[in-house]
Design a protein around this ligand. Structure first.
Ligand code: SF4
Length: 418
């Protein structure tokens, strides 16, 4: 198989126009967060400084495809979706990989169908210790160094969160995990961190305020237990276990929100215990935030005052980091999350995923008819560039721009024009 210039992901995940944009940014040699402006005649497309595959996703894809190439004689399974992108997962399935658990966590391959000769790839967001134990009972030694190196695609930034959670747990802190309780990464982080600390999963600012209210004595125990039922480690006692806390996150959450959760809890500790020794009650954990999530979110924010008519965000509908990009854009302009160009039915009609109702909806008259038009196209950390490329081509077609016009597109840094 041919690989892209980074020798990590298959070439067919690259998109020629998107690659031009990336090459342009490398040549521009600027560290600025300003977007790239791609002008195809009267169609202006703004592409953020950072988008698409992050380091952890590239690494996981590379490990999965390398395994298929190098171990064709062995049965290869994936514990669950390797990343949250249907194109990548479906391609791995077509190549013969079976998923042991589906996206909802339901077991698809019984334990007694696995043997020690099989490979079970662990996805980029890691897995729980319970699932690892089950694999080991089937004879798959996930703990060996060789296994970790070749078949455990857990992103090192996720492992770093687990390690930090372990250290903080040993120091006596309760670990507050800012994440979506059912997300595989949060489940994995919860499972690993629970070995060394009391843990509690907090979804957002609202839930952080509830924890804060309990700390300051403004919420009754019964109300707290009702609000966080099933979201803490076994034997969690709020009065005892919320005396010292440290916040880590599901790496794809809004980094700003994680910082806000910490700020809310720190303030509650200040009210309860005073300013002396505040770090003793609420640890500083800024160093666990994933750089890629931060970069993509900050680069997206840098697009918001660009005067764009709308934003298209390409990615999987169960991708947490992608939905946060939609959240950021939709505060300012009409924003559509689509898995691929097929969701664009016509210049008048688009099918897109509503992140609030978690369902597909149709929008009409979504694309401005009159030129000039300025729109944003970006993608989540698990989205191959080719999907963004196809979206761009389809939209250009609505304004009668073809392959030659796209090839002749002008590229510039948006900041130099504004
Ligand atoms: S978003 Fe960050 S933690 Fe998650 S896979 Fe990518 S680099 Fe790793």
């Amino acid at each position: 198989m041919a690989y892209s210039q980074f020798d990590r992901v298959p070439n067919h995940y690259a998109g020629p126009i998107i690659q031009q944009v990336k090459d342009f940014r490398v040549a521009a040699g600027k560290r600025s967060l300003s977007p790239t402006l791609l002008e195809i005649g009267q169609l202006q497309v703004l592409i953020p400084r950072h988008f698409g595959f992050c380091f952890g996703v590239e690494r996981a894809i590379h490990m999965a495809f390398s395994t298929l190439e190098q171990q064709p004689e062995r049965r290869t399974f994936l514990v669950s979706e390797i990343i949250h992108n249907p194109l990548v997962n479906n391609e791995l399935k077509e190549r013969g990989i079976e998923f042991i658990y589906d996206a909802a966590g339901k077991r698809q391959v019984p334990a007694d169908e696995l043997s020690g000769d099989d490979i079970a790839l662990i996805p980029a967001f890691g897995t729980t210790l319970q699932i690892e134990e089950s694999l080991q009972q089937s004879g798959i030694d996930t703990s060996s160094e060789e296994y970790r190196e070749n078949y455990d695609t857990t992103c090192p930034f996720v492992s770093k969160v687990w390690k930090r959670g372990e250290e903080l747990g040993r120091e006596g802190y309760t670990i507050i995990i800012h994440g979506k309780y059912k997300h595989e990464e949060t489940q994995a982080t919860h499972s690993h961190t629970m070995q060394h600390a009391k843990t509690l999963v907090v979804l957002d600012r609202d839930e952080a305020h509830k924890v804060a209210a309990f700390i300051t004595g403004d919420m009754a125990l019964a109300d707290f237990e009702c609000a966080f039922a099933g979201k803490s480690s076994v034997g969690f006692e709020p009065a005892r276990d919320l005396e010292r806390v440290a916040v880590v996150n599901q790496t794809t959450m809004l980094a700003e929100e994680t910082q806000e959760v910490t700020r809310i809890l720190r303030e509650a500790m200040r009210v309860r215990y005073g300013t002396d020794d505040l770090d003793h009650h609420c640890a500083d954990t800024n160093d666990t935030l994933c750089y890629a999530t931060n970069q993509n979110q900050n680069a997206t924010r840098a697009l918001l005052d660009s005067g764009a008519d709308l934003a298209l965000i390409v990615g999987g509908y169960n991708s947490s980091n992608t939905s946060h990009l939609v959240e950021i854009c939709s505060d300012v302009m009409p924003s559509y999350l689509i898995a691929n160009a097929d969701e664009i039915v016509s210049a008048e009609q688009i099918r897109h995923f509503d992140i609030h109702t978690r369902s597909m909806v149709q929008a009409r008259d979504w694309l401005p008819g009159a030129v000039p038009v300025r729109l944003i196209i970006t993608s989540g950390a698990s989205c191959p560039d080719i999907l963004m490329n196809q979206v761009l081509e389809k939209i250009a077609g609505f304004y009668d721009y073809g392959a030659a016009d796209i090839a002749a597109a002008q590229l510039s840094l948006f900041e130099e024009l504004s």
